[in-house]
Ligand binder design. Structure first.
Ligand code: ZN
Length: 569
């Protein structure tokens, strides 16, 4: 039962044992399950004192957002000191035991992947990856937790891994809580490199699994700058942090980058051919999540995806600002990022769908998955501008910081509404119009002066010119070349084989796609502009040609959100 019998639990636990686990009310141990010399699964052990009423509920991993059945990777749940019973919910077990019994639960955590996942097959990247010589698992996918408060003291230990393995987790510190267990990242392997960055007392550890192509020095420098800029934004000191990189096997037709932000860590999943410049926005996004939304009140909406316009949209808006403040991107790159974001929003097939439709489609439809990010980032920009025009010099920065220290409490949405009202902006009409009803957000044309003006333009859409999915499914043998499209015009034909991509793939209709392909006559390089026949109207920052010198410096400040207050109008 929820939080029942806590006093009894606390007294009984003093007896629990050695290794500093005496304070812990839930003690976890993780060990490998070896098969033919390879690690194929993980064994989890959880010890605790059962509740005083003889009935303790266990919550199995469900995930959240686009994933709700993570518990299917858990098998062989056994308990000593208690009887395990199923409940009506697939993600819950009941333990029946003597009041205050010492209970030991063990289970097997299976891998969602037989072999190391590839970039193209990484839909389930937040599921356990345990692939022989390495593993990467998230606490929210790995750990069964008693149905207790997230403040409950907990402990964690590794057990029995081969001596040539390196292990890393953000659970390797004192004062652990049950909430930390669910927010953890754990990885290990024969080829895990852990490096340290920053002060010895509050280091950032970088845990890199396997071989990567990107420039390590550039990556480390970007990360360090991004973390400094993000901490400065929130006004906090450095603290121990873990950045974990899990490799996805590079493939000719796929280029994958994603991540998940945790309280004192973030976990990145990327193709091993990922470029440092493409990793930087991901680092900035995920690091902002260390505060957004938990430090500003968390999301109370049910289902949670209803609140993603705030948690993900604001995070995306600040991703660009942090990159500019950290000096990780040039003015030109920042403008490109800004326009990429606008284009994705204006070309989204679901851009005007109401917020209420998002949860039902979030897990199955990429358009719906991206919509709260796009809409929320546009709203953040709109409100930031409005605050500045009405005299709040620091704009939305000021609002987010106020939310973090709001004594009245409440969730992120109520804190946001209160902070905006206190600064003279009533957000209710915008929320109705743009979130509830889904009306497009047209940004103020002078929002980024003197960088340029936001204008409505017509642009071609990205169109690859062949069918990438069937091509990848056919072992990179090209399929579905559109005879009226630009790929055909460049000489690509069905039956050729993709050898590798040359240059970056960015789904940008103005950036050439370049492939080395194998044909009956030998290899050749084909290149084309991936433009479809259709043209779409969208809002776009048209950069001022004269933005140099002092104007350029002011443009950088505008992109960073650090410009002088606009004159009242
Ligand atoms: Zn995010």
């Amino acid at each position: 039962m929820k939080r029942a019998g806590f006093a009894a639990v606390a007294t009984a636990l003093v007896a629990l044992g050695a290794n500093g686990e005496a304070e812990a009310q839930a003690a976890y141990r993780l060990s490998p399950i070896m098969e033919l010399g390879a690690v194929r699964a993980l064994a989890v052990e959880l010890r605790f004192i059962g509740e005083a009423d003889g009935d303790t509920l266990l919550n199995l991993p469900t995930g959240g957002g686009r994933e709700t059945t993570l518990f299917r990777h858990i098998a062989d749940v056994k308990a000593s000191g208690a009887q395990v019973q199923a409940t009506d919910a697939p993600d819950r077990l009941r333990l029946v035991h003597a009041p205050g019994a010492e209970i030991r639960v063990t289970y097997r955590l299976n891998s969602a992947f037989e072999v190391a996942p590839s970039a193209g097959a990484a839909e389930d990247r937040y599921h356990p990856m345990i692939v022989g010589d390495w593993f990467s698992v998230l606490g929210r996918a790995a750990f069964i937790r008693p149905d207790w408060s997230s403040d409950t003291p907990a402990s964690f230990a590794w057990r029995g891994f081969p001596s040539d393995w390196t292990l890393a987790s953000d659970l390797e510190h004192g004062d652990l809580r049950l909430g930390d267990i669910g927010q953890a990242i754990l990885l290990g392997g024969t080829d895990l490199a852990v490096t340290r960055l920053g002060a010895e007392t509050a280091p950032t550890r970088i845990a890199l699994l396997g071989d990567w192509d990107f420039d390590r020095a550039r990556f480390t420098d970007d990360l360090s700058r991004i973390m400094t800029a993000t901490r400065a934004f929130w006004g906090v000191e450095a603290r121990p942090f873990l950045v974990a990189l899990t490799p996805l096997r590079a493939e000719a037709g796929a280029y994958s980058l994603s991540g998940t932000g945790l309280a004192d860590a973030f976990s990145v999943y990327a193709s091993t051919d990922a470029e440092a410049e493409d990793l930087a926005p991901l680092l900035a996004h995920e690091h902002f999540h260390s505060w957004m939304p938990l430090a500003v009140g968390g999301l109370d909406q049910e289902p949670e995806a209803l609140g993603y316009w705030l948690s993900e949209g604001f995070t995306d808006f600040y991703t660009l600002r942090m990159l500019v403040r950290a000096d990780v991107v040039s003015v030109e790159e920042a403008v490109r990022h800004f326009n990429d974001g606008l284009e994705a929003y204006w070309t989204s097939p679901v851009r005007e769908r109401p917020n209420a439709e998002i949860p039902a489609h979030f897990s199955s439809d990429t358009g719906f998955q991206r919509l709260p990010y796009q809409r929320g980032a546009a709203l953040a920009a709109l409100w930031d501008h409005r605050l500045r025009v009405s005299g709040t010099a620091a704009g939305l920065d000021d609002v987010l910081r106020a939310m973090a220290v709001d004594q009245a409490g409440g969730d992120a949405l109520s804190r946001f509404t209160r902070a905006m009202t206190a600064r003279g902006v009533d957000v209710a009409p915008d929320l109705k119009r743009h979130v509830e009803d889904g009306e497009m957000i047209v940004l103020p044309s002078d929002m980024l002066e003197p960088c340029g003006r936001l204008e409505m333009v017509e642009r071609a859409l990205f169109h690859r010119g062949f069918d990438i999915d069937t091509t990848m499914a056919a072992d990179s043998v090209v399929q579905g070349v559109d005879p009226s499209g630009p790929a055909f015009g460049a000489g690509l034909r069905d039956g050729m084989r993709l050898v590798r991509r040359e240059g970056v793939l960015r789904n940008d209709p103005d950036l050439e796609i370049i492939y080395r392909v194998a044909t009956a006559e030998g290899e050749k390089v084909v290149a084309w502009l991936p433009q479809g026949p259709e043209r779409v109207t969208m809002q776009r920052l048209v950069a001022s040609p004269e933005a140099e010198g002092e104007l350029r410096a002011q443009c950088r400040l505008a992109l960073a959100g650090l410009q002088e207050a606009s004159p009242p109008r």
